[in-house]
Each structure stands twice: as structure tokens, then as C-alpha cells.
Ligand binder design. Structure first.
Ligand code: NDP
Length: 433
């Protein structure tokens, strides 16, 4: 699936599409596919939250939803959710906890935007506050009981926000809007987003909301650990999964500068699509720790050590490849790259790495991420499918993302990209795919 190319960006070559069929240039197969996807995302998140709250993991049990509006929307849960989200905005704006750094030139008009990289500090602050609340006897486990009401608050808030962002984008000149959100369908443009970097002053919404999704995931994990310790379910499987997920998140924030050159920040617009994905993170990524906390299931130590090995392999690939590309993009003249093979492109100062990690496959980092994601699910055994939903969803998402990214790289780099693909045959998994 590619996006509809409307105009070339600064310094980019404009390639005409191979077909006149517009539908091929939409993500999710166009407006109807986008509608179906958003309904599925939201519906699936509600089903996962019902399972998390009920702790009933029987294979054939259908989720049971209440008919009482207070069970869906509650002023206390709404105030808690919005107050917490507001605090994340304020913490991003405060001049503490991390430096300000410039991102890559934006796709719309080539500006370099400034970001405060204090994600690690904000994350630690959230964890410390929650631990203190638990220590002094506040019942933080109430957060799970409020999860469904908080999810509804999140959906309504993000729905409203996506409309505000769409209207805001319409006040901009077309050249300052996202190229992917300028199709003939208003619905699709709203869904996929019409502005790449919506900001209110220094406040970058995409950066803060992505960060908040990940912090929310860790908050629910901590709640699950407290629940498990009260129920006597603090098993080796649970400790391993919580530890591995914590390291993954700490790594993401420690190397936060890498986010500034990621697809989400550079190429994706902020519409209801990305907003709902950010909202899904805290409610669905904690499913593995929730399952282990409520069932008390654990695997024998030799299985857990094998899974740890899988995780470390994935981590080595993910960190190695991401750091290699990020360092190369930041400083291609670094002597560390003196012996690397590269392909110069038509865009000034931009080459493609053809050796190292990026010579093994076109997205070695996705392969690392997939291995890590399975290492989060395997400690739950094979008794229930829901813990495997995240890795399977990630595989689908990254396979689609690799194709979208490849199509965009081809548009950017023309026949140099074709040459790169000839040299590097595998898309994600070396020698397999
Ligand atoms: P990448 O970090 O893979 O970036 C893709 C970009 O890298 C391309 O658009 C191109 O941009 C550049 N590039 C491609 N090939 C080369 C090359 N050979 N040499 C130099 N530059 C190259 O994409 P993402 O932003 O999608 O992923 C970032 C991280 O986030 C990944 O580790 C991914 O696994 C992770 N992720 C995790 C998710 C999760 O839910 N766990 C979901 C999505 C992503 P340009 O040339 O313009 O610099």
C-alpha cells in the first residue's frame, strides 16, 4: 500500500505513479478500509480491556459489557485520565530533565523543529510517584477497575482533538500540510491526519502523546505487579516479562533522540489513526503481565532462560541497527563509517548504507523488534491467545510499514533505491523474507 504522491518535497525527485488508480495510493486501502480499521482498533481495545478487568481468560467466553452508562463513562475516571495527560504535557514543557534537540528537516517545508528530550526523566518521575502512592497505601490497583471508563474518555478526547487538528490544518497553506492527508476524501484526510507536526507553541502533540502511551503501558504493568503480589502470583514468568518490558521502554527513552528520525515523527501525520494507536498502547500492551498476574502461570526456568536468549538476540539486532542508521543519518562523515559501503542519492548529503546491518535486510530493526515482541508473549505459555495478539499485530504492522516505507523511499531516491533493493534482497528477515 502506498500513499498518493501529490507533489515532490524539497530536493526530491517526483516519480509518477505506475497506475492511474488512486485507490492504490491510500493506506488501509482507502476511506472504507480506514473506517473499518478504526472501528476494529477501537472494538478490539474494548474487548482486551474487558478481559483485563474480568481476568476471565477462557477461550470460548465472549466479553460481557455493562448496559449502564456509568460503567462506560465516569467523571472521576475522566478527571484522572485528563489530569494525568495534562501533567505529561506540562512535564514536556518544563525546562528540566533533558536537553532540547533539533529534529531532521520536516517533510512539509524543510524546517528543523526543536524537541525537549526529557522522556527518560518524565518516565522515571511517573514510576516513582506511582510507587510512592502504592507505598503510602493508596490503592493504585483501582486504575485497572477504571480502565474501560478511561478508554472511553480517551477515545472521545482524541476524536475531538482529531477534529480540532483537522480544522487547524485547513487554515494552513497546502504546502504546509501533510502530503498524505490531501486526498479527495475528507474522511480519509481526517483519519490519516492533515498536518505532520501539529504544535501549540513548543508543545509537540505527536511526541508527547506517543511518550504518554508508553508511560501508560508501564503504569498498568506496575499495577499488575502490585495485584500479583497481593494475590501471591509474583511468579518467575511475570518477573521476567515485566523486567524485559521495562528494559525495552527504558531503552526507548534513553535513546529518545532516535525517535526524531523515526517514521512516526518524520513521515506520519497526526490524525485519528495515529491517535487511536497511541491510545491502544497502555490498554493492550499490558495484557501479558495482566494474564500472568491473574492466573499465576509460570514456565520452568530453562524455558525462561531460552526466552531471555531470544530477547537479547532481538535487542542486539534492534539496538545495533537503529544506532547504526541514526548515527549515520546524524553524521555520515563519522570515521566509524569509513569502511562501510554506501550509495549516494540525489538528495544532498544523503546516502544509503549498503553494508553493516542495513546490508543484511532493508529493515533489520523490524526483525529485532519482532523477536523482542515474541519474547514478551512466550512466558505466558500457550494457554490463551490474547498475549500473542501484540506480536501478531506487530508483524502485520511492520510488514505493511516496510512496504509503505519502501514505496516512499523509491519515490524519494528513484533508481538509487532500486539499486539498493537489488543489492539487499531481503525485506526484514535476512535469508528468509
Ligand atoms: P526506520 O527506523 O526503519 O526508518 C526507515 C527510514 O530509514 C527510511 O524511511 C529511510 O529514511 C531510512 N533508511 C532506509 N534504508 C536505509 C539505509 N539503507 N541506509 C540509511 N537509511 C535508510 O523506521 P521506523 O520509524 O518505522 O522504525 C523505528 C523503530 O521503531 C524501529 O526499531 C521499529 O522496529 C520500531 N517500531 C516499533 C513499533 C512497536 O509497536 N513496537 C511500531 C513501529 C515501529 P531517510 O532515508 O529519509 O532517512
Amino acid at each position: 500500500m502506498q500513499r498518493r504522491p501529490l507533489r515532490p518535497h524539497k530536493g526530491e525527485q517526483h516519480l509518477e505513479p505506475n497506475t492511474n488508480d488512486d485507490k492504490e495510493y491510500y493506506q488501509y486501502g482507502g476511506p472504507k478500509g480506514a473506517f473499518f480499521t478504526s472501528v476494529c482498533f477501537v472494538g478490539l481495545t474494548y474487548i482486551v480491556v474487558e478481559k483485563i478487568q474480568s481476568g476471565k481468560w477462557q477461550l470460548l467466553r465472549l466479553p460481557e459489557f455493562s448496559g449502564n452508562i456509568r460503567d462506560w463513562l465516569d467523571p472521576g475516571a475522566a478527571a484522572l485520565f485528563l489530569g494525568w495527560l495534562g501533567a505529561q504535557f506540562v512535564l514536556y514543557l518544563l525546562p528540566i530533565g533533558g536537553p532540547i534537540e533539533l529534529g531532521a528537516p520536516t517533510k512539509d517545508n524543510g524546517r528543523k523543529l526543536a524537541y525537549r528530550l526529557n522522556g527518560f526523566f518524565v518516565f522515571m518521575l511517573n514510576m516513582i510517584c506511582l510507587s510512592v502512592f502504592a507505598y503510602v497505601g493508596l490503592r493504585i490497583t483501582i486504575l485497572t477497575q477504571m480502565a474501560l471508563q478511561m478508554l472511553t474518555t480517551g477515545i472521545l478526547t482524541f476524536f475531538l482533538l482529531s477534529i480540532i487538528l483537522y480544522i487547524k490544518a485547513m487554515t494552513l497553506r497546502p504546502r504546509d500540510r501533510s502530503p498524505c492527508g490531501q486526498t479527495a476524501s475528507t474522511y480519509y484526510n481526517w483519519f490519516i491526519g492533515a498536518e505532520l507536526h501539529p504544535r501549540f507553541g513548543f508543545l509537540d502533540l505527536k511526541m508527547v502523546l506517543f511518550r504518554s502511551g508508553i508511560i501508560g503501558w508501564m503504569i498498568f504493568n506496575l499495577v499488575n505487579i502490585v495485584d500479583a503480589s497481593e494475590a501471591g502470583h509474583l511468579t518467575p514468568s511475570l518477573l521476567l516479562v515485566s523486567g524485559l518490558q521495562l528494559v525495552y521502554v527504558m531503552d526507548t527513552f534513553w535513546f529518545e533522540a532516535g525517535m526524531l528520525v523515526s517514521r512516526d515523527i518524520i513521515h506520519e501525520a497526526l490524525g485519528f489513526n495515529l491517535l487511536s494507536l497511541f491510545l491502544m498502547i497502555p490498554f493492550t500492551f499490558c495484557v501479558q503481565t495482566r494474564y500472568l498476574a491473574t492466573t499465576g502461570f509460570t514456565l520452568p526456568w530453562y524455558c525462561l532462560i531460552t526466552i531471555l536468549g531470544l530477547n537479547l538476540t532481538g535487542y542486539w539486532i534492534l539496538r545495533g541497527s537503529n544506532s547504526e542508521k541514526n548515527n549515520f543519518r546524524r553524521n555520515p562523515k563519522d570515521p566509524a563509517f569509513a569502511n562501510y559501503q554506501t550509495l549516494p542519492t540525489r538528495i544532498k548529503g544523503k546516502s544509503l548504507l549498503v553494508s553493516g546491518w542495513w546490508g543484511l535486510s532493508r529493515h533489520p530493526n523490524y526483525f529485532g523488534d519482532i523477536l523482542i515482541s515474541f519474547s514478551f508473549a512466550l512466558p505466558t505459555g500457550f494457554g490463551y491467545f490474547l498475549p500473542y495478539l501484540n506480536p501478531l499485530f506487530l508483524v502485520m504492522m511492520l510488514v505493511d510499514r516496510e512496504r509503505t516505507d519502501g514505496a516512499e523511499c523509491r519515490q524519494r531516491y528513484g533508481d538509487v533505491w532500486d539499486k539498493y533493493c537489488e543489492k539487499v534482497k531481503y525485506r526484514i528477515i535476512p535469508y528468509v523474507y
